[in-house]
Design a protein around this ligand. Sequence first.
Ligand code: UDP
Length: 325
Amino acid sequence: MNIIVFGGAGFIGTNLIKRLLSENHKVLSVDNLFTGQIENALLFNENENYSFIRGDITDESFMEVILDISIKKLFGENPNIDEIYNLACPASPPKYQIDPFYTIYTSIAIDTISKMTLKYNAKLLHTSTSEVYGDPEIHPQNEKYRGCVNTMGPRSCYDEGKRIAETFLYEHITKNKLKCKVVRIFNTYGPYMDPNDGRVVSNFICQALKNEDITVYGDENKTRSFQYIDDLIDGMILFMRNTSDDFYGPLNIGNPDEFTLKELYELVLKNIDTKSNIVYKEEMKDDPKKRRPDISLAKEKLNWEPKVKLNEGLLKTINYFKSVI
Ligand code: UDP
C-alpha cells in the first residue's frame, strides 16, 4: 500500500513507520521537526520504500504544492494513496505550551488533511487523546464520557484543539463521507521517545540514568496508565484495517493497568542503578489527578488488548535510552 504519515519523525510516527515498512508498504513521512527528531526521520533512509519531507501541515502552500511533488516522486505520476495517519501535533505539556497558538493551528489543520484524504479517496486515521476527557469526574474513562476540560488554562490549547479536531472529522465523515478512524491515545512510552520530551516516563528514566534528581510534580499519588508503544501500534493498525467503514470511533487505545507516580519511579529505580534522589516540584495547573482507559469498546471491535506489562516495557525503554543519551 501507499501510505502517508504526518508527524512521522515523532515517537509514535517512528514506531508506526518501522512497522509499516516491515510489512513492505511505501511510506512518505512528513514532519516539520518541531518536536519530531531528525535522527528518527533519517532512520529508514536506506529503504527505497521510504521518503521523508520536512514540512508543516499548517502551511497551505506546503500542503497544496510542495507535498504533491514528494507524493508523485514516491508513489508515481498518478498516485494512489491508501492510508493516511495523522500524528502531527506536539503532545507533551512543556512542548505544546511553547507556542500554544501553533498547537491550536496544528489541530485545526485536520481540515486540510481531511480534504486531502477525500481528494485521494484514501482512509484516514487521526490520533486524538485521552486529554479530551480533561481532569475526569468518572473513572475509568469510556468513550461516552464527555470530559471535564478547562477552556481557559495552560492545557486548553492542546485539549480543546484535539476536541475541535474530532468535531471537524465528525463533519467530514457525516457530510463528505470521509473514511476515517479516530483513536484516543492514553499515555504511551517506548523506544524513539525524545529524551527531552518532558513526559514522566522519559524524564524519570533519563534522570535516573544521568544520576540527576527525579522530579515529581505535585502529588506522587496521581495516577496514569502507561501503554507500551507496540500495543498502541497493534491497536491503531487493527482499527485502520479491520473495522467496518461505518465505525469511525472515537476509540480508546491504552493500557488499563493504573500506577501512581510513586509506583512508577520505584519501578524505574528497581531497574537502574543510580544515585538520583526524588525531589518534589510544584504541580502543573489543571493536571489530571487520575487517568485510566476503559477499553471495552476496543476489545469488542478489534479483539485487542495490551500485552506488555509495565516492567517489561520499561526495561526495553531503558535499554533504548541507554543507547541514545
Ligand atoms: N510528571 C512528573 N514529573 C515529570 C514529568 C511529569 O511528576 O518529570 C507528572 C505530570 O505532572 C503528570 C504525570 O507526571 O501528573 C504525567 O505527565 P506526562 O507529561 O507524562 O503526561 P500527561 O500529563 O499528558 O498525562
